[in-house]
Design a protein. Structure first.
Length: 274
């Protein structure tokens, strides 16, 4: 399993970096939309949608949402509205993680509907955030790459700190392996990455501090994204969201943190006017 994970990472990471830096705006948006559609199919399982018809309806709703948002992606008030709604969704998710019994019965149709609607919203808002971030005139692809490195580095820092020093459980009913010591390790790595990047692009003073703060908040929400998927998998009684990536599970298993991090990061950049 470990060899599969390493091999998959060695193949996927260079492909992701190449795509971020070399694809044009439309090409990048299309590739990310395809990833979100694949992740959407996995979400239908997490939402316990009962049959092919229900799953097809979910996929149709996701595709319509992506197309409508793409047509209006240049409308500033719409982008801002989607980001505000995404922030509200993720704040609700923080509440949900602390009340893991909520929505636990997959047989109740209202829970399936709520999870399906949440999935469309989270996937579409993350896609919009990545597309808009990539399209920024001030080295947009580099901002996307920074976000990815930030999330990957914090995740690695949390993993190794948790293994070495983890004692205090973060959310034992949701993801027993995660600890507060791991969170601290991830934040320390995030602080280093954010400080280095802020200095690299020549920021100082209040703007420097603001970017570091936005990066720290982004990483905290990325942990919430990871916990949300863990909660949904636990409620469904499954280990992975899918089997598309050898050694890594499904697409959602790889982008769960990014679903939260992307809109939060873009929201933060706009909030600090950067």
């Amino acid at each position: 399993m470990l060899k599969q994970r390493i091999l998959s990472a060695l193949i996927l990471i260079p492909l992701v970096v190449f795509g971020v830096l070399n694809l044009g705006g439309a090409g990048f948006a299309l590739v990310v939309a395809l990833i979100m559609v694949l992740a959407g199919w996995e979400w239908t399982s997490l939402a316990a949608l009962p049959d092919v018809a229900a799953r097809a309806l979910f996929m149709a709703a996701l595709l319509v949402a992506l197309m409508l948002i793409w047509q209006q992606a240049q409308v500033e008030w719409l982008v801002n509205a989607v980001l505000w709604i995404a922030m509200a969704w993720w704040l609700f998710t923080l509440f949900w993680i602390t009340h893991p019994g909520l929505g636990a019965d997959p047989a109740l149709p209202q829970y399936r509907l709520a999870k399906a609607a949440l999935g469309v919203g989270l996937l579409a808002s993350a896609w919009l955030a990545l597309a808009v971030l990539h399209g920024r005139p001030d080295q947009g692809p580099h901002w996307v790459l920074y976000l990815l490195v930030l999330v990957w580095s914090a995740d690695s820092g949390a993993y190794f700190a948790g293994r070495q020093w983890g004692r205090t459980k973060l959310a034992p009913l949701v993801s027993p392996g995660k600890t507060w010591e791991g969170v601290l390790g991830g934040l320390i790595v995030c602080l280093g990455v954010a400080t280095g990047y802020a200095r690299f692009i020549g920021l100082d003073g209040a703007v420097f501090a603001s970017l570091v703060l936005v990066s720290l908040v982004t990483v905290l929400f990325s942990i919430a994204g990871d916990l949300l998927e863990s909660l949904l998998k636990r409620q469904r009684g499954i280990k992975d969201s899918g089997r598309m990536i050898p050694g890594h599970g499904g697409i959602l298993d790889r982008i769960d943190s990014l679903l939260a991090a992307a809109p939060v990061f873009l929201f933060g950049l706009r909030w600090i006017d950067l």
